[in-house]
Ligand binder design. Structure first.
Ligand SMILES: *Cc1c(COP(=O)(O)O)cnc(C)c1O
Length: 339
């Protein structure tokens, strides 16, 4: 089976399993898990933020950030493709009682000016714009990255407009590897960030939320209220630390594999068009009348899994459990497909 559904399907590598096995643990609700403490300190240092908090999922980390940065009746400014709007069950309304102010942009990459222009004036009848959320890389937009200059302009705009700025960095390390900036340079642009360990980095679970000490102190309380206080979770933190120390640079390989798939797809007569491929996500449209259902079924017969991503669109995601040989095999299968 070649699984291109998502980079969340990755399994722990042997080295990661050894690190988990060897982890020292304690009760993290009492802050007595040395491995969780080490992970939080490591990621805080990496991003240049004062503190960090290990959360069970990216969704929880984002939802905590929304809750801590806002009050009910506020609104969050974000792209219409953003994960917090599309895939978190409307949690912004449920947990935080806030609205969304949706922006539209090419491939989910926002410009500072459009964020500034979206901030509402302070009238009694308007929601208060207090937070902006950006996504790097952007998932639904096709894995595109912000430039460092773009992030810096957005950071400056948000400071100027009194907006808190949260980075949904579920795949920040893909952007770091693709663009050559550091997590610390990105950290300097934003007030908080959520970094997933369970995507391309290959850990079984976990997202680290970063920010200043006051933000993280409050985030710890909200995490507990959401039921996310965990006990001997150092086994999972050990997997995350191992991933950060050993499995970041190899993301370049996933990007190369994505480019290889893209180069194959553009040549095929049944492919209508391809989004720009910058990291590990490949999104393309099928030429009508070919539908995703028919295409995916035929692909599955060849032992390859992928997902539909719109009425005509298909998404492939490359990751560490799809080595080069499997990519070559996928290329061969795609070239032989006829409709
Ligand atoms: C995967 C993802 C998340 C978090 O997802 P969980 O499955 O809750 O860990 C958040 N933002 C983006 C952009 C993602 O791709």
């Amino acid at each position: 089976m070649i699984n291109l559904l998502s980079d969340t399907v990755t399994k722990p590598t042997p080295g990661m399993l050894r690190a988990m096995w060897a982890a020292e643990v304690g009760d993290d609700v009492f802050r007595e898990d040395p491995t969780v403490n080490a992970l939080e300190a490591y990621v805080a240092e990496l991003t240049g933020h004062e503190a960090a908090l290990f959360c069970p999922s990216g969704t929880m980390a984002n939802q905590i950030a929304l809750k801590v940065h806002t009050r009910p009746m506020d609104e969050v400014i974000c792209d219409e493709t953003s994960h917090i709007f599309q895939y978190e069950v409307g949690g912004y309304a449920f947990h935080s009682g806030i609205g969304v102010n949706l922006l539209r942009s090419p491939n989910g990459i926002l410009e500072a000016e459009q964020i500034g222009a979206a901030v509402k004036p302070l009238y009694d009848w308007l929601p208060r714009s207090t937070l902006c959320v950006i996504e790097n890389t952007n998932n639904k937009g096709g894995g595109g990255c912000y430039s460092l200059e773009g992030l810096q302009s957005i950071g400056a705009m948000c400071r100027d407009k009194n907006l808190a700025l949260h980075l949904d960095g579920a795949r920040l390390f893909n952007a770091v590897v693709a663009r050559g900036y550091t997590p610390r340079q990105v950290g300097a642009c934003v007030d908080s960030a959520s970094l997933c360990l369970s995507k391309g980095l290959g850990a079984p679970m976990g997202t680290v939320l970063t920010g200043n000490a006051k933000f993280i102190a409050e985030a710890r309380r909200v995490r507990k209220a959401m039921g996310g206080g965990m006990r001997q979770v150092g086994y999972m933190a050990a997997a995350g630390l191992y991933a950060l120390q050993n499995q970041v640079e190899r993301l370049e390989e996933d990007h190369r594999h994505a480019r290889q798939l893209a180069e194959t797809l553009v040549e095929l007569p049944w492919v209508e068009g391809l989004r720009p491929v910058e990291t590990n996500i490949v999104i393309f449209d099928l030429k009508a009348p070919l539908t995703p259902a028919v295409f995916l079924e035929k692909l599955a017969e060849k032992g390859i899994k992928a997902s539909a991503f719109g009425p005509q669109a298909i998404r492939f995601v490359t990751h560490l459990d799809v080595p080069g040989a499997m990519i070559n095999q996928t290329v061969e299968v795609l070239r032989r497909m006829t409709f």
